[in-house]
Design a binder for this molecule. Structure first.
Ligand SMILES: [Zn+2]
Length: 94
């Protein structure tokens, strides 16, 4: 059965060293299939609000167990993906 999973990870903010929490969503067609349609939902520092889309030291990032996440209207994935792409594009300008 097709299910959607939420993945959370945490890493250190480049600006203030507080935790940045990053989220992504992935779909599994059944119990044994690999995850597909992986998309970033967003990432933000809990302290200063810096939107840091990747860990500067990926080996230090903590990854939490995926959580089954009901798909539906609560998360507009298309809009989120667009916002994420926009954030990436902005980041590349700097
Ligand atoms: Zn910060």
């Amino acid at each position: 059965m097709r299910k959607q999973y939420l993945h959370l990870s945490a890493y250190s903010c480049d600006q203030c060293r507080s935790p940045v929490v990053a989220a992504s969503l992935a779909v599994r067609e059944n119990e044994i299939s690999k995850e597909t349609e992986i998309r970033q939902v967003g990432a933000m520092c809990l302290s200063c609000g810096h939107r840091q889309n990747g860990a500067t030291h990926p080996q230090r990032a903590r990854h939490f167990s995926p959580i089954e996440w009901e798909s539906g209207s609560a998360i507009d994935a298309g809009r989120l993906t667009a916002a994420y792409t926009e954030a990436l594009n902005r980041a590349e300008l700097h």
